[in-house]
Design a binder for this molecule. Structure first.
Ligand SMILES: [Zn+2]
Length: 337
């Protein structure tokens, strides 16, 4: 079997929810039946919702003709309990791929290792060990339950996938985003496809703070809410030397929102997940602080200014299609590299 092939599918699926799972890691999972056919590809989508392997097993169960009753269940506890009772060995000798070691403790959800151990699987393939001491031990638990465990598949790719999680556990994660056209221009008019814009709005709703430059606020007069994803508008940090703004700009008129206007970045220190919707000037100002960049590229051309400051201090870690756009993720290179 080609473990790397299936693990890559799991990793790619997890990337669709990168950032959105905050404060949890982005995790993906693939289930193969005993003949090696793919039954499901799924990912953890949002904190509080079921883990990747639970969703993948649920999908596989429904696809293998399991009782439809399960399809309405969204609570992890409920899904676990249902499958303990009703799995009927539908995954006997099957293989489950998961990008992060299955959790092994009772947190907000029951341990995934326990669910996996009850299904008479043949093998579980894990890309990355769980570094959280409390949750780790899943691989060991599976082995004790006579399941073959393969670890360390696509190590570099799975480390990249996990990096935001490790950063916001340790300190903070600053994600700088922009949308541009094929020729690099990023001003005047709507650039990205609907799905790209929905993803940005989701990111706004999960982050701790949205950062934007003062000039952008003055020129674009944005709302900066999360209406495209029907979720809550973020608090906003405006980086500006002058505190003088027209308070009729829509962003100032969102209920229950805090707006900070600052000329230094010190206030960012107490936040874990900082999402920046930046201009070229802000990229220059924040360059040292940025951990990751996400760029939506649309296949359009129009003259205008571009992100001239972007250089090889960032490396590409992932790219994905999103409608007609390409989304590229980059991370700051380590100094020693
Ligand atoms: Zn879990």
């Amino acid at each position: 079997v080609n473990d790397e092939f299936y693990m890559r599918l799991a990793i790619d699926e997890a990337w669709k929810y990168q950032g959105l799972t905050y404060p949890n890691p982005a995790v993906g999972s693939v289930v193969l039946d005993s003949n090696g056919q793919i039954l499901s590809i799924n990912a953890h989508k949002k904190a509080g919702e079921p883990h990747a392997e639970v969703l993948a097993i649920k999908e596989a169960y429904l696809k293998s003709g399991g009782n439809k009753e399960l399809s309405n269940m969204t609570d992890s506890n409920e899904i676990h309990n249902y499958l303990y009772e009703n799995h009927n060995n539908f995954l006997k000798d099957a293989t489950v791929y998961v990008t992060l070691e299955p959790c092994n403790h009772h947190g907000k959800t029951p341990p995934c290792s326990l669910l996996l151990s009850k299904l008479n699987l043949k093998r579980v393939v894990i890309a990355h060990k769980d570094l959280n001491e409390k949750a780790s031990g899943g691989a060991e638990f599976l082995k004790q339950n006579s399941i073959q465990v393969t670890t360390d598949i696509l190590n570099k790719e799975s480390s990249n996938l996990l990096e935001p999680f490790l950063l916001w556990q340790k300190n903070s994660f600053i994600l700088f985003k922009w949308a541009q056209r094929l020729n690099g221009s990023l001003d005047a008019g709507t650039i990205s496809s609907k799905s790209s814009r929905i993803l940005s709005h989701k990111m706004r709703s999960v982050c701790d703070l949205l950062v934007i430059g003062g000039n952008t606020v003055r020129v674009d007069r944005p709302t900066l809410d999360a209406r495209l994803s029907n979720s809550k508008a973020p608090n906003v940090f405006i980086y500006s030397r002058s505190k003088n703004f027209d308070k009729n700009i829509p962003l100032f008129n969102i209920k229950n929102r805090e707006v900070f206007i600052e000329d230094s970045f010190t206030k960012l220190q107490s936040r874990k997940f900082i999402f920046v919707e930046g201009s070229p000037t802000l990229l220059e100002e924040m360059n040292e602080k940025i951990n990751w960049i996400m760029v939506f590229i649309s296949y359009k051309m129009q003259s205008g200014k571009s992100m001239q400051m972007l250089n090889e201090s960032f490396e590409i870690v992932h790219q994905q299609k999103i409608d007609s756009d390409i989304l590229i993720w980059m991370r700051k290179r380590e100094v020693y590299e």
